[in-house]
Structure formats: C-alpha cells, structure tokens
Ligand binder design. Structure first.
Ligand code: BGC
Length: 359
C-alpha cells in the first residue's frame, strides 16, 4: 500500500512540474523566439494567405508565431500589438489597418528594443521601423492603367469611352501609390477627351473607399449609375481591389447590365479565388496577382535579419518615405492576370489548383 502511495505521489509531482513548465514563458522561448504578426482582417482572402504563409515559414525556422487579426478595428490592432509587446516578442510584423494610427504603440516597441517590419502596408510617421516588405504599389496601378489602355485600344482609337474610377482606403499608403500609377497611364486620355468621366469624380478624396469596403463601393457605383448613366452606357470601371470590384459588379447588375452582353470592363487586385472565377465567367476582366508566398518569404528574411543579425535582401532605398525615414524595402513584382493567363500564372505556379479555379 505504502509503495503504491509513494508511486502515486511521484507521478503527481511529475505531472504538475510538467504542466508548470509548459506554461512558463521560458519553455516557449526555448522552443524559439516569439514573432508577433499583426494582420488587418480576415475579410479579404489575401490576408489569410499572408498570415498562413508567414506563420508556416517562420515556424519551419524554429520561431514561435503569435498571429492575430484585428478585423479592421484599429483599437483592436493597437491592443493586440500592446499585448504582443508585453508578452516579450522578439520582433513584430505589422500589416496595419490605419497606417498612421500605430505611432504610439510602436514607440513602446522601440523602448523595449523590439524591431518592427512593415508588411505590405507602410507604417507612417514612425521611426520604430526597420524594414518594409511589399509589392511595387505604383506598379500595380500602372498595370491596371495599361490594361485599360490596351483593352480599349486607347492609343489608336478615335472613339470615346465612359469610365469611372475607384481608389482604395485613404489611410492606406498603398492606395495613394496605386492611384498615382493608374492616373499616370490614363490621365493623358482623360485630358485628350478619349476617356470621359461623366461623374467628374477623379480626385483621390472623392474616389477613395474607406477600408476598401465592398459595400461603400457598391453604394457609390449605384449612385453614379443612377445619376449619370440613365441614358449613357459605362464602358469601364477602374477598381483597385477585388472586393471593390464585386461591389461594382453587383451595382451594375442591379442597374440592368448583363454579363456576357453589355457588361463593362472591371479591373481588380489580389487575384482572390472569387475574382478568378468571376474573370472566367466574364463578371470581372482582370486582377493583379501578388504572390503572398513570395512576400512572406521576403518578410521572413527581414525577421531573421533583425533577430539574428543577418542582412536581408533590399531592392529599394528611395521610394518609401514614411515622413520619419526612408524605409529600406523589398518590392516584389505584381502580375496582371486576365482570362488568358490564369492557367500559366496561377495554376502552374501552384497558387491555385485547377479544381479550385474551375469548380
Ligand atoms: C493591399 C492590397 C489589398 C488592399 C485591401 C492593400 O494594402 O496592398 O493588396 O487589396 O490592401 O485589402
């Protein structure tokens, strides 16, 4: 009996010590340093992929990852960052909701010597920032503009076309860069009269879409169609994001446009699976593919650099001025996708399977 009692006691002590150990921060740290990854929202497919890729790539290198989504709530993101800082992360990767809203919390990171990497969206007005991993955001806009230029044969035609413009969220630096690219290509055609904007709405503050919201875009498109296109047809809508394109397409269908008959050209960005299906069905014309695997890879090299004293590859040291410093950046290359290159760009690269795209 006595023997059994002592054996049980020994077992209990073993279990309790084990439990304590696995809960302590030391044991987490011994598994690898913790990297906090703050993502804006799970509403858009791309951020889910970004988060997943960063997490798996960092874990493969032995890091522990604290991945959080803030569902487009700025205060939630601030709180998540504060918690990560207090929990002793070794590095922060941040894709912000509002690029100027994190100055204070990032200052706390700096006080604790926690390096910060801006992911896809630049963090503005802060010097608590080491590197920026992104795509060529103006390049995205140029690709969208060129797509319209070619699709409407603007260089050679004498025709005029009715178009309307949408831009992204005003608090997202990317939205401004993208819009600059679009207008760099298309403004000359507006000036020459080949492109007509019946609403007259072309300045960023009027065409921007807070939080890149599908609903806001739908409401604006509906109003524009009701006000300016009662007798005229619209030929193209320049949209900077697949979610906005969905809102635009819904408004067009409600106004009586029919896919495959008189549906206008609609651009987009992100190569969402739904957008790819819409392109195949003729409900959207193109999108911009930003390979989140590649961006995550670049981001991971930056995390390693700041934690382990390595030097990451940088390919831009002049473009991204956040009002405090010019942030050393790596710009990945965006690719325009329409129905002609879905297979070669998205399926052959393994980004989507044939089944996902065609079913
Ligand atoms: C990203 C885009 C994305 C948009 C909306 C931007 O910051 O660069 O890829 O479409 O946010 O989520």
């Amino acid at each position: 009996m006595k023997k059994i009692f002592w054996l049980l006691m020994l077992l209990m002590t073993f279990i309790m010590t084990g439990c304590n150990d696995s809960n302590s921060k030391d044991s987490v740290n011994s598994n690898g340093k913790i990297v906090g990854v703050a993502m804006p929202t799970q509403l858009a497919q791309r951020w889910i992929q970004d988060g997943d890729h960063i997490k798996s790539k960092l874990e493969a290198k032995g890091y522990t990852v604290d991945l959080k989504y803030a569902e487009d709530n700025i205060q939630t993101q601030v709180n998540q960052l504060r918690e990560m800082i207090n929990s002793g992360v070794s590095c922060l990767v941040v894709a912000s909701i509002d690029s100027t809203a994190l100055v204070e919390v990032l200052e706390q990171a700096k006080q604790k010597n926690i390096p910060v990497i801006a992911y896809d969206r630049l963090l503005m007005d802060t010097d608590s920032l080491s590197y920026y991993a992104t795509f060529d955001n103006k390049g995205v806009g140029i690709l969208i503009g060129r797509y319209i230029e070619i699709a409407l044969n603007l260089k050679n035609t004498d025709r005029t076309f009715n178009v309307e413009f949408f831009a992204g969220s005003p608090d997202d630096n990317n939205a401004h860069f993208l819009n600059a690219g679009v207008f760099e290509v298309l403004q000359p055609y507006i000036d020459s009269g080949k492109l007509k904007v019946l609403s007259g709405e072309t300045d960023f503050d009027t065409i921007c879409t807070l939080r890149w919201s599908r609903e806001t875009a739908n409401a604006r498109m509906t109003k524009i169609l009701q006000t300016y296109y009662r007798t005229e047809k619209i030929d193209a809508i320049i949209s900077p994001y697949d979610g906005i394109s969905y809102g635009v397409a819904d408004a067009l269908e409600s106004a009586g446009y029919t896919v495959g008959f008189d549906f206008p050209i609609i651009t987009g960005q992100d190569a969402d699976l739904q957008a790819i299906k819409n392109i195949i069905d003729g409900r959207q014309s193109m999108t911009i593919f930003k390979d989140t695997r590649q961006l995550a890879e670049k981001c991971v090299t930056m995390v390693e650099a700041v934690i382990e004293g390595k030097v990451p590859e940088i390919n831009d040291t002049i473009t991204y001025d956040n009002h405090k410093l010019i942030v050393p950046s790596f710009l990945c290359t965006p690719v325009a996708v329409d129905k002609n290159n879905i297979d070669s760009v998205l399926i052959q690269s393994g980004y989507y399977t044939k089944d996902e795209v065609h079913n």
